[in-house]
Ligand binder design. Structure first.
Ligand code: TRP
Ligand code: SF4
Length: 329
């Protein structure tokens, strides 16, 4: 029996950080490695234009560096299909057809739409394309008749809309599309080095590519328990971001020791952070090895993307045949 299909995408916004690695990307790798699914992961470059339409010059390069980060993190182009949205023009055709049947009200009440309008005041996002963002996303997903869409909670409204749009298509024309499920990624609450949410826009991220001195400096500058001013003050690991990271990178017994020692001022934050930096460095070593390899073999990346695009296009064409027949066009 054919394996169930998984599909997910990321906008090419730049280098990925440890928050991405332990969130979405880690989950993608796990789904791939489970061997239970046929995974499709793509660079959502058209989606990037919805907000970056006035400065599109970085989108292409960002897409390539993102794919390098994916491979460095363990995605394997033999096991998964990695492709670029804009290379599969069928997405645009399906988007157009879905836009015909999507009520405006569904889009206007989309919480991400409302939030972005409020948050990104520096950009004019009152465009047709931005409102239609979830319709394009729906096209991405149902094009591959995906069973599951691994995403973080922030994307739930979009998957919900996708489900509604798929049902509406099936109802109006013909039962072409399975209704996809969101596969929620549990994202550990990783904060940036300044204690705010780790985000590229806050300039507080530890990147997959960080290593050596840079990595150690970033870890050394991480916020800790704010009540702990001096080494002789006891600390509270429960509210310390450094400790949260230890939970991900340090063997359990050592984490338990740090937990105890911190509470009785038996360990200082400087040492605690040095230990953490060493652990992260160790864990990222294979990631950096793959990254270096691909950075010096860019042609392999281009070939791999071309191959993924071909694989994705084949399925997209089959789906569009069915879609045109259903719509009678
Ligand atoms: N909107 C998603 C994000 O910002 C990216 C995306 C585009 C996506 N198309 C998708 C995710 C299809 C999952 C499935 O992260
Ligand atoms: Fe955080 Fe470690 Fe300092 Fe405790 S010793 S407050 S866990 S950095």
């Amino acid at each position: 029996m054919a394996r169930k299909r998984i599909l997910s995408g990321m906008r090419p916004t730049g280098r990925l950080h440890l928050g991405n690695l332990h969130g979405a990307l880690g989950n993608w790798v796990e789904l791939q490695e489970s061997g239970n699914y046929d995974c499709f992961y793509f660079v959502a470059d058209w989606h990037a234009i919805t907000s970056e339409y006035s400065s599109t010059e970085c989108i292409k390069d960002n897409g390539v560096s993102m794919v390098i980060d994916w491979l460095a993190a363990g995605l394997d182009p033999v096991k998964s299909t990695l492709f670029v949205q804009s290379a599969v023009k069928e997405h645009a055709e399906l988007f157009l057809l879905l836009s015909m049947i999507t009520p405006l009200a569904w889009l206007q009440r989309n919480p991400t739409y409302k939030e972005m309008q409020v948050e990104l005041t520096s950009k004019d996002l009152s465009t047709f394309g931005f409102l239609g963002y979830p319709v394009l996303q729906a096209a991405d997903i149902i094009m591959y008749k995906a069973y599951g869409v691994p995403v973080g909670v922030d994307q739930l409204p979009h998957v919900e809309l996708t489900r509604e749009i798929a049902r509406r298509f099936n109802f109006l024309y013909k039962d072409v599309f399975p209704v996809p499920e969101a596969l929620l990624t549990r994202v550990p609450k990783l904060l940036g080095i300044d204690g705010r949410k780790m985000s590229k826009s806050y300039d507080n991220s530890i990147y997959l590519s960080d290593r050596g001195k840079e990595l150690h400096q970033k870890v050394a500058s991480m916020f800790t328990d704010p009540q702990r001013m001096r080494k002789k003050d006891p600390g509270n690991p429960d509210i310390c971001n450094v400790f949260t990271f230890h939970g991900l990178y340090t063997p359990r017994e050592t984490v338990a020791e740090i937990n105890k020692a911190c509470r009785v001022a038996g360990i200082g934050c400087i040492d605690c952070k040095k230990m953490l930096a060493a652990r992260i460095e160790e864990a990222l070593a294979p990631v950096h090895e793959r990254m270096d390899y691909y950075l010096s073999h860019l042609q392999e990346i281009y070939d791999m993307i071309t191959d993924g695009n071909v694989r994705a296009t084949k399925i997209a064409r089959e789906t569009m045949e069915e879609v045109r027949e259903a719509v009678k066009i």
